[in-house]
Ligand binder design. Structure first.
Ligand SMILES: [Zn+2]
Length: 394
């Protein structure tokens, strides 16, 4: 919901618009001095009504003012914006339709009013109408880029990835700005084709993902999943390792599948060496490997067990929950059983809590996603890779 601050800010917009109008009126024009005084009083009255939340009366007053003089245009845009931000979309639509009904509206002003009406339709959830309006405005001299941005937003929301690709291409051509998100649209199409069992189409879509780093990374993950489905575990294994080489934060997503690939190709000793190599190269990787092993319930690897042991013994909060000193000196079998119990409890805790958080808006979720459903940004979800033990010990 819009905050009180938004409401006051929009009210201030009206004051600025009124002030701008007053300067224009008194500075440049030579008109009957009684008229501006009357309209100026109307502005103040309208503003008071808005600020006192008597919105219907304010709306009627401002709509009447539009018939009086063209200089009230900006005020109307501000008012329409105010209504939309407050969720009063029908009133916003009325303001903008009223503007569009004016016969002497210039092309730029008409496009601006149509764009604002499109925003109203979006606010009302009327996506088809908004899409049509923004589609028409892609030919505008003034708001084409904004209209294409809104079209991309609509197609992302509706998951119409082909249309999103097309609109995004036009946007890039017009604005000259490059963005990696189009690679995700191709990835979305590839994943959809893979789910439908159309692996040929999935591979076709993946050809377009290599143009950006993120697209290449996500594309490699999809290729690996396809290779696994095809029974080509050696290829899947290579692809998973490429992903971890580029970005180790995918450890919890990739490690269980990578372990399976080593097992399927009868190369489990190589898996041990691979994990040892990762830890030797970067000792801090051990804790994210341990986290992934615990969450993925990977118990049949000595290298992973060593990471888990180090993780459990080294965590200060965990030390408060388990008798670490006794555990250190316990027999191998007793230690193994204790670690399994602790890992099992941590896994339950980990799977029951949010494991990923959006670096942009703070949205958190249990499973990894590429597109934040809250702020609509791509690639902003980050794994937290920690067990929320604080909530257990209070
Ligand atoms: Zn977000």
């Amino acid at each position: 919901m819009p905050t009180e601050a938004t409401f006051l800010l929009a009210g201030l917009l009206i004051v600025f618009a009124a002030t701008g109008w007053a300067f224009a009126w008194f500075g440049d024009r030579d008109r009957d001095s009684e008229l501006p005084a009357r309209i100026n009083a109307d502005y103040i009255k309208g503003l008071n009504l808005v600020l006192n939340r008597r919105t219907d009366e304010a709306l009627e007053l401002f709509l009447q003012m539009a018939k009086v003089d063209d200089d009230t245009l900006e005020t109307h845009f501000a008012l329409g914006h105010l209504f939309r931000r407050r969720g009063e979309v029908e009133r916003a639509i009325r303001v903008h339709q009223n503007l569009l009904a004016r016969p002497n509206l210039g092309q730029a002003q008409r496009d601006q009013a149509l764009y604002a009406l499109g925003e109203d339709y979006l606010g009302a959830g009327l996506f088809d109408r908004a899409e049509n309006l923004f589609g028409d405005l892609t030919a505008s001299d003034t708001v084409a880029i904004s209209a294409l941005e809104r079209l991309v937003y609509i197609y992302e929301r509706e998951q119409e990835w082909e249309k999103a690709i097309h609109a995004h291409r036009r946007l890039q051509a017009l604005s000259g700005k490059k963005s990696s998100q189009v690679a995700h649209y191709h990835c979305e199409l590839a994943e959809r084709a893979r789910r439908d069992g159309d692996l040929k189409r999935a591979r076709e879509c993946l050809k377009n993902t290599v143009s950006s780093e993120a697209g290449a990374l996500r594309g490699a993950l999809i290729r690996a999943a396809i290779a696994e489905e095809d029974g080509d575990h050696a290829l899947a294994l290579d692809l998973y390792e490429q992903v971890l080489d580029k970005d180790s934060q995918f450890m919890p997503e990739v490690l269980p599948a990578l372990f399976d690939c080593y097992a399927e190709t009868a190369r489990l000793p190589d898996f041990e060496r691979y994990i040892e190599k990762l830890v030797a190269r970067d000792p801090s990787a051990a804790s994210s490997i341990a986290y992934a092993a615990i969450i993925g319930d990977l118990t049949d690897s000595e290298a992973l067990t060593r990471c888990v042991e180090e993780f459990v013994f080294g965590d200060e909060t965990l030390a408060e929950l388990v008798d670490v000193d006794t555990l250190r000196t316990a027999t191998t079998e007793h230690k193994r059983q204790a670690l399994e119990r602790i890992s099992s409890a941590l896994r339950s805790l980990g799977l029951a809590s949010a494991r990923y958080r959006c670096a942009n808006c703070g949205y958190s979720t249990r499973r990894f996603i590429w597109h934040c459903p809250s702020c609509k940004q791509w690639e902003t979800l980050r794994p937290m890779q920690r067990f929320q033990l604080d909530s257990v010990i209070g």
